[in-house]
Design a protein around this ligand. Structure first.
Ligand SMILES: [Zn+2]
Length: 310
């Protein structure tokens, strides 16, 4: 930018006076005081791929206009088929990609929950198996002790010349009790073996699930990574005619932001330098706030465009 020469400076002063007069004339004619803006729009071509109803779109557009109109005296918004600002929703790869990504994300969430449940189940099964195994261990010890003491008794009696009939009866009944314990032990062992196999299958399934989820997460990162920050909308002006095109949004909140940003352009606003601003050139920081609202920079910009008094 260069400074004007002296002759240009005079011309500028003259130009300012002319402009001022013109505004006065226009104000009288349209009965508008400054700090007001006009916004005549039509809504056309809502691609069905977005899954939005006409009412939802109309509401979203009205919300975007209201966001701006709250910062100045008023915006004379008018919806008519032959308005000079056309708003359209064009479904393309960007939105298709986002929808796919959201599906993947949902899918991943479900799988993560499933993995957590499977892990908890397996952990419980392992604990139960552990306590059963300890019970089995104790039973084996009991049987061994029993066998040992019975053998000692028989050996001792044999060295002393053999068992009397009462002792034979005792040995027989102890053998029967031992047989009973041994059959209990065999049952317990096969039950344990079955439980070990069941747990192994649970572990295999858990590992398969984890592998699958990891693959899904990789795909998610590949597909979603950069597309999150695509420009979701566009405003183009040719002469007096403008077109707002919405291409992409991840959710209702993001749609509100994209619409508010493009409506801002259509009202004549430029980008501002605060990443939390609606009129910042990128989408991201604004969505981290609890609600969509204008920053001081946004407000200064619209008040400037609407020629509001300080
Ligand atoms: Zn922009």
């Amino acid at each position: 930018m260069s400074f004007p020469s002296e002759s240009q400076l005079k011309l500028t002063k003259f130009g300012l006076i002319t402009l001022f007069t013109l505004i006065l004339v226009q104000c009288n004619r349209t009965d508008h005081t400054p700090c007001e803006l006009e916004f005549h729009y039509s809504i056309s071509d809502i691609d069905s791929g977005f899954g939005l109803t006409d009412v939802q779109v109309r509401q979203a557009v009205e919300n975007a206009i209201n966001l701006w109109s709250d910062a100045i005296d008023t915006i004379h918004a008018e919806k008519s088929p032959d308005a000079n600002i056309a708003i359209r929703f064009v479904f393309d790869e960007r939105q298709a990609g986002t929808n796919r990504a959201m599906q993947l994300e949902e899918n991943l969430d479900i799988r993560r929950q499933r993995i957590d449940r499977m892990r908890a189940d397996l952990l419980n099964a392992e604990r139960r198996l552990q306590s059963r195994a300890e019970e089995h261990e104790r039973l084996i010890m009991r049987i061994n002790t029993h066998v040992e003491s019975l053998n000692n008794f028989i050996e001792e009696r044999n060295r002393a010349g053999g068992l009397n009939p009462a002792e034979v009866d005792r040995v027989e009944s102890e053998r029967a009790a031992l047989n009973e314990l041994q059959s209990q032990e065999r049952q317990m062992r096969s039950g344990l073996q079955q439980k070990i196999e069941v747990n192994q299958r649970m572990l295999d399934e858990l590992n398969r699930e984890i592998n699958f989820s990891n693959e899904l997460a990789d795909r998610f990162n590949e597909e979603v990574g950069p597309s999150r920050y695509f420009a979701g909308g566009n405003f183009e002006r040719i002469g007096n005619e403008g077109t707002i095109t919405i291409y992409h949004f991840a959710n209702e909140r993001e749609l509100s932001l994209v619409l508010a940003h493009e409506v801002g352009h259509a009202l004549g606003l430029s980008h501002v330098e605060n990443s939390f601003s609606v009129m910042y050139r990128m989408i991201g920081a604004q969505l981290t706030r609890p609600e969509l609202r204008l920053t001081d920079e946004d407000i200064a910009e619209i008040r400037d465009v609407a020629r509001c008094a300080e």
